[in-house]
Write a protein that binds this ligand. Structure first.
Ligand code: GDP
Length: 194
């Protein structure tokens, strides 16, 4: 099997992405309460794992956020040998604003903490920028540059096409993500130790 895990804030579209990639009927939208369990969807040899979303409600107890963060960290640590790809999913329309707001409070957003953690685990995490349909064509390059810069990668984003996937799950445009997945699966097969 080839496992890809998706982490991200609630509502960024993780379940829409898993649904679009798998063609299966994953529940999308408001879920009853907060799922703390990773959910798995299989398609052929690909296993897609939807990690619990964070940042669900404004002002929700920080302790709960920490629980979610711990779950994600533990899942990755325990599955490190098995997990082939880790992806952070962000909302093209709001990510920069959210990061800057946290930054002004002197805090590090969970997205960035998780991304850094994936990097420390040598997972070369993908940045899946969803909801690109919300961004005007002429603004797309600038928005993507701003996003990857917040995550510590140097613009222009186009030099990171193996790590950055601008997509729209809603429009069914997952081409950038699919092509990265194909490449990674291909090289994992060529070199099974990878
Ligand atoms: P999750 O909480 O991250 O699993 O997010 P969901 O997949 O449940 O999606 C949250 C909301 O965002 C839903 O209302 C989706 O219809 C919407 N959504 C998902 N993908 C896109 C997208 O590519 N573009 C836009 N505009 N909305 C999207």
């Amino acid at each position: 099997d080839f496992e890809i895990v998706f982490a991200g804030r609630s509502n960024v579209g993780k379940s829409s992405i898993v649904k679009a990639l798998s063609g299966s009927k994953v529940k999308v939208g408001k879920r009853p309460g907060v799922t703390l369990k990773p959910t798995h969807v299989k398609k052929g040899e690909l296993v897609m794992t939807d990690l619990p979303g964070f940042g669900f409600m404004n002002g929700v107890k920080e302790r709960k956020q920490d629980i979610v963060k711990d779950k994600i960290v533990r899942y990755i640590e325990e599955g490190k040998q098995r997990i082939n790809i880790a992806a952070i999913v962000v909302d093209a329309g709001s990510f920069v604003e959210v990061v800057d707001r946290w930054d002004q409070r002197g805090e590090l957003p969970i997205d960035i903490e998780i991304f850094d953690f994936f990097t420390e685990m040598d997972l070369e995490p993908l940045i899946v920028v969803n909801k690109m349909d919300k961004i005007k064509d002429k603004d797309q390059d600038r928005v993507l540059d701003d996003i990857i810069e917040r995550l510590g990668l140097f613009p222009p984003w186009r030099q990171w096409i193996d790590r950055v996937a601008p997509i729209s799950a809603k429009k069914g445009d997952l081409q950038a993500l699919n092509s990265i997945l194909r490449k990674r699966i291909h090289s994992a097969k060529r070199d099974p130790l990878l």
